[in-house]
Design a protein around this ligand. Sequence first.
Ligand code: DGL
Length: 269
Amino acid sequence: MFDSGIGGLTVVAEIMRAMGGEDIVYLGDSARVPYGIKSPQTIQRFAVQDLKFLLSHRPKMVVVACNTASAAAIEILESSSPVVVVDVIRPGARAAVEAVSGPIGVLGTEATVASGAYQRAIEAASPGREVLAVACPLLVPIVEEGRDGDDPIVLHVLCDYLRELQRARPGAVILGCTHYPLLAGAIGKLLGPRVTLINSGSAAAREVADVLKKKGLANLRPQGGVLRCFTTDNPQRFARLAERFGGGRKPDGVDYVATDELEAHVPQK
Ligand code: DGL
């Protein structure tokens, strides 16, 4: 599994809940986070490097635990991988379409919203469905700073981002960024009980379980999976933040890998 940084551990937590016996190698590209404000070309370049690094660990599947990388790079990742690649966007879109019949809201990074990937995935699953996507660029740094949904600054920022959705009253809102599940309580309160929140990470976890079972690749022991992490920046900081993002699950090890090494996996043009 890979993400632009620490956030993808929210997706790891969902997968470990669904498939506790699976061993996971996770790469967090913390030196180059955030991806959410970068161009599609840069995100694609980084994502392919991340993928190639993971492939050197010979996985049976790769999970793109990052909405921004899924949005910008899923096609190129699929065509560059000998093993199945699961993203978070298509499962998240399908889960929203199945949950409600009305309009769907999407919250994501600038790059995710601008890519139109959720809009396209929802259209593919339910043609003609109304979609309202809102970019929330301040939420990633706020969550990484350790602030939670009770914090007045967080509430202030959320009120601003959610205003349009409060007016539009969609049936479901997709938490289309790895960091947003940590603010689900506050987002849910502000949107009200009639809005179903869709966690794209848990939708992806269901997809991972389904695909592994269908292919006969699932490790069916109920628990005992090892979580080995690599980060392109400070491993101590990564380890310190990991428990909060990973729903209380500490990594079994955190090692440093230089971005130079990731670049070495993919010849530069
Ligand atoms: N992991 C990213 C996502 O899910 C958020 C952080 C970033 O912008 O890189 O979109």
